[in-house]
Ligand binder design. Structure first.
Ligand code: FPP
Length: 251
């Protein structure tokens, strides 16, 4: 039987710094190698029919790193815009940049908008690059939007109105929630990534450092996902009943 493929995979690409340190290289070299791993991963997702890939490239908290490392990540983003986007466009990838763009330079902001426009006609794989992103920022900006909209209409912020409108105001409103969240680098935490959207995602933690993450490692994560029973708050018996009913209809 074919392995069920997660429709949407999210990844915390951790371990670039350690990868570089083990080779006595600067951290920037680890990030460059991380970019290679990301290219590989996008290809592998395309080949496996994954519909969406969401990656954490720069968190709201990464500004706290030394200035030269922050600069190297900004440069990597600028380079990716010129070097990678044409190739991704040709491969059928639609790119979205997700995060707070206010503190990015005008030049980078224009580049992000251009990459999104250039790939808007694609639909093989959606690639969400989370850059200057934080889950708490996302929920706060969405809450502010919802509150402003309700105030405009003179409606009170009730629990019902708020929870109905919030998901549509989040930065990943164009997507279904991730089915599988992978974190590399051996740490087992979310680090403020997709806090709302990963409420029911299956979590997979890999000891591999991100630059070493390859197709085999991705397949291990997908196989682990395929072996899980997703219950969304229901019981295992309820899920089996629904599956049996679906199989009966299919027959
Ligand atoms: C975490 O590893 C990784 C990052 C903060 C950056 C991730 C960026 C890439 C993989 C390159 C792709 C970039 C763009 C712009 C698309 P770490 O540095 O925290 O590693 P450590 O835990 O070993 O120190």
């Amino acid at each position: 039987m074919p392995v069920p493929i997660p429709r949407h995979i999210a990844i915390v690409m951790d371990g670039n710094g350690r990868w570089a340190r083990r080779r006595l290289l600067p951290r920037a070299a680890g990030h460059r190698q991380g970019m290679e791993a990301l290219r590989r991963c996008i290809r592998a997702c395309l080949a496996r029919g994954v519909e969406a890939l969401t990656v954490f490239a720069f968190s709201s908290e990464n500004w706290r790193r030394p200035a030269d490392e922050v600069n190297s990540l900004m440069e990597l983003l600028a380079k990716a815009l010129t070097r990678e986007v044409p190739e991704l466009e040709a491969a059928g990838v639609r790119i979205y940049f997700v995060g707070d763009r206010q503190s990015l330079t005008d030049h980078v902001r224009q580049g992000l908008a251009q990459a999104e426009a250039d790939t808007a006609h694609n639909s093989k794989l959606v690639l969400n690059v989370c850059f200057n992103y934080g889950g708490r920022w996302d929920i706060a900006q969405a809450a502010a939007q919802v509150a402003a909209r309700l105030a405009e209409r003179g409606e009170p912020v009730t629990e019902a109105a708020f929870s109905e409108a919030l998901p549509g105001a989040l930065a990943l409103a164009h997507m279904s929630d991730p089915d599988l969240l992978i974190r590399t680098g051996g740490e087992q935490r979310l680090s403020n990534f997709l806090l709302w959207q990963c409420a029911y995602s299956e979590l997979f933690f890999s000891e591999r450092l991100w630059p070493d993450f390859d197709e085999t490692a991705l397949d291990q994560a997908i196989a682990a996902y395929a072996a899980r029973e997703r219950r969304f708050g229901r019981t295992g018996e309820q899920i089996k009943l629904v599956q049996t009913a679906a199989q009966t209809i299919a027959i």
